[in-house]
Ligand binder design. Structure first.
Ligand SMILES: Nc1ncnc2c1ncn2[C@@H]1O[C@H](COP(=O)(O)OP(=O)(O)OP(=O)(O)O)[C@@H](O)[C@H]1O
Ligand SMILES: [Mg+2]
Length: 239
């Protein structure tokens, strides 16, 4: 597992990024005050200054965004899991995402059986994982397309797949897609899939990609069913 040996480093980096974020917030605040001072530029020089300030504000915001993405990635560790309904979480997120998809001319088709067994879930994090996948699908279909989401039983649990009709990925990209900071997008951080895999694995599950350039991409997730002990307690990982 390539991510495991880096757990300690990720924690250290997480603390470091947190520190940087504090300074970024001071920086952002001061840039905001400066921008207010130049709100009504009196001459060419002041107009140029305002332009530069707003460029710096944009850069500052990008740094905050990257820092947040990194913290989300670094902080996925021992999750609080409880038995939950995967289909309900998926449906909730589809509802949330539908207006965005409609605007992007993406048709979402769901095949979600209502009788799946409960899985061990951290709903907030799983939502985040799904959202990363939906955003990738949307970004892969700039001219619209179809996103099919289906769930079902798997030999050891439950499976969920997201299939898009987007641009697809080369073999090289597919092989690297889960690596932190791998991105082929201008402005992409490359932490979406790395975070998603970390979240799925922290649920005891697995995730895989099949993709073909020009045809689309299928992401498959497998999750184990929740395993409540008699008396209602959950299995705890070895401590
Ligand atoms: N559904 C998809 N269709 C085509 N390519 C994809 C898809 N999902 C991921 N990829 C490829 O995998 C790369 C890594 O994806 P990942 O989500 O980790 O990063 P990103 O989307 O580039 O940036 P961000 O950090 O904003 O998510 C993408 O840059 C893209 O090349
Ligand atoms: Mg992404």
């Amino acid at each position: 597992m390539p991510t495991e040996p880096y757990a300690e480093l990720a924690e250290l980096a997480g603390g470091f990024i947190h520190e940087i974020k504090n300074h970024l917030s001071t920086l952002g605040l001061n840039l905001q005050l400066l921008a207010e001072d130049f709100q009504q530029p009196q001459n060419q020089r002041e107009r140029r200054a305002l332009e530069r300030i707003s460029r710096l504000q944009g850069e500052c915001q990008s740094l905050v965004d990257v820092a947040n993405d990194f913290l989300r990635f670094a902080r996925v560790k021992d999750l609080e899991l409880s038995p939950g309904n995967l289909v309900a979480v998926v449906e909730e997120l589809v509802d949330f995402f539908t207006p965005t998809a409609r605007q992007a001319a993406i048709d979402i088709k769901c095949y979600l059986p209502s009788d799946l067994p409960p899985v061990s879930l951290n709903k907030d994090l799983f939502r985040q994982a799904l959202l990363n996948l939906m955003l990738n699908a949307q970004q892969a279909m700039p001219d619209g397309g179809e996103l099919t989401i289906q769930a079902g039983r798997a030999p050891d649990g439950v499976c969920l797949s997201l299939i898009d009709t987007g641009k697809g990925m080369t073999h090289e990209s597919t092989a690297k897609a889960f690596e932190p900071f791998f991105s082929t997008k201008p402005g992409g951080t490359g932490l979406g899939l790395a975070t998603t895999r970390k979240i799925v694995e922290a649920h005891g599950g697995s995730i895989a990609i099949q993709s073909e350039v020009g045809r689309g991409t299928k992401i498959s997730i497998q999750l184990p069913v929740a395993n409540p002990k008699p008396g209602g307690e959950r299995d705890e990982p070895n401590s």
